[in-house]
Ligand binder design. Sequence first.
Ligand SMILES: Nc1ncnc2c1ncn2[C@@H]1O[C@H](COP(=O)(O)OP(=O)(O)O)[C@@H](O)[C@H]1O
Ligand SMILES: CC(=O)OP(=O)(O)O
Ligand SMILES: [Mg+2]
Length: 413
Amino acid sequence: MAIILSINSGSSSVKVSVYKSSARSQPPQQLADAQISGLTAPPAKLAYESGSEKVKDQEVKDINSNEDACEYILNHLVKDKGLSEISSRDDITHVCHRVVHGGDYPDAHVIDEETYHHLEDLTDLAPLHNTSALAIVKACMKALPKAKNIAYFDSSFHATIPEAIRTYPIDPAVAKKNKLRKYGFHGISYAFITRSVAEYLKKPESETSIIALHLGSGASACVIKNGKSLDNSMGLTPLAGLPGATRSGDVDPSLIFHFTHDAGKPGRSSTKELHISTAEEILNKKSGWKALTGTTDFSEISSSQDPKCRLAFDILVDRIIGFIGSYYVKLEGQVDALVFAGGIGEKAALLRTRVVEKCRCLGFELDQQTNNNVIEDVVRDIGKEGTRHRTLVCQTDEQFEMARMCAVGLQSK
Ligand SMILES: Nc1ncnc2c1ncn2[C@@H]1O[C@H](COP(=O)(O)OP(=O)(O)O)[C@@H](O)[C@H]1O
Ligand SMILES: CC(=O)OP(=O)(O)O
Ligand SMILES: [Mg+2]
């Protein structure tokens, strides 16, 4: 029997789910689910659920990093008397790590001392996104010496994006040398969404074409043609495309050269104090909903009448429909469904309403009653009966997807 820990280390939270995998061709069975959130807005809070225990919003002290959060969760799992499968850390056999940037890796990668440095090299491509995951990989290698660590990359699912879509129109020699191209992210989530939607529609994945939206703290859109990623709104890094909690999303790349108090007077003087890594930090960590409204909580933004919140909401709707229109054309209208996922996509009924209203001309329409109900199924049809295209909500689960891929790997041995 394998005991699999799936770790999703995000920009503001660490989510860890525990699974048992025993029988052949059975999906992994979840034993416990832990999350420490609020890492960027202390105090950090614990949510924990296992057979015997349920905790929500419990403040936890002295958690200052993703590694601290992970260590806290490991201790909690061992201490949980109801979780008999883990009585010591040695009971954990596999640890799946979500690593956002996987460069050219088309598949998951087992991590040992030797291969760890390959992952470190990738961090140069996305320092803001891979660093915390790698710190956790390192901590787990030390804290759980008996377990096998495996990296699952957000970019792998997008290895199928064709050349003309993934290539930036820049000097090809520089692009090649510095590995500058579109990679695309949230792929673990899109793999889960594609499989779940295909199952729901009772179609093979290879005949399923969807426009999917993963709208969380980081948000992206993806077009999946016959089960494979054709395009994703994120790019070289997760900064491109839709805005997010603290990310600007697409802006004119020149904007950053004007981003000082001298703004309005473009020229070298206006940027002389602004180091390029500061620019990256501003666009990734000091923009988005936080910069526009002061909060990163989208439920607050979507229910507020404050003009700043309404503007942020309208910006998200505008950017999303831009991608839907583009992706609809890329699929030549052969769309099985528009799919909403991620914390915002799954819970913000008003956002779904406004987006789908704008896409009415393409043949999408909602059933308002179903849309407004709390959605608990993995996939739920919220579309109006008789419309040309379906609209679905999918409760995506990146931790489960990694555990599932890990279990499939074990079964094929
Ligand atoms: N009821 C809600 N309405 C709108 N947004 C919500 C709601 N509940 C949570 N969210 C938003 O979902 C986002 C978090 O989504 P999630 O997919 O868990 O994020 P991540 O994994 O990227 O940290 C946050 O922006 C949060 O404010
Ligand atoms: C890829 C990415 O943006 O991840 P997250 O949404 O977890 O920040
Ligand atoms: Mg996420």
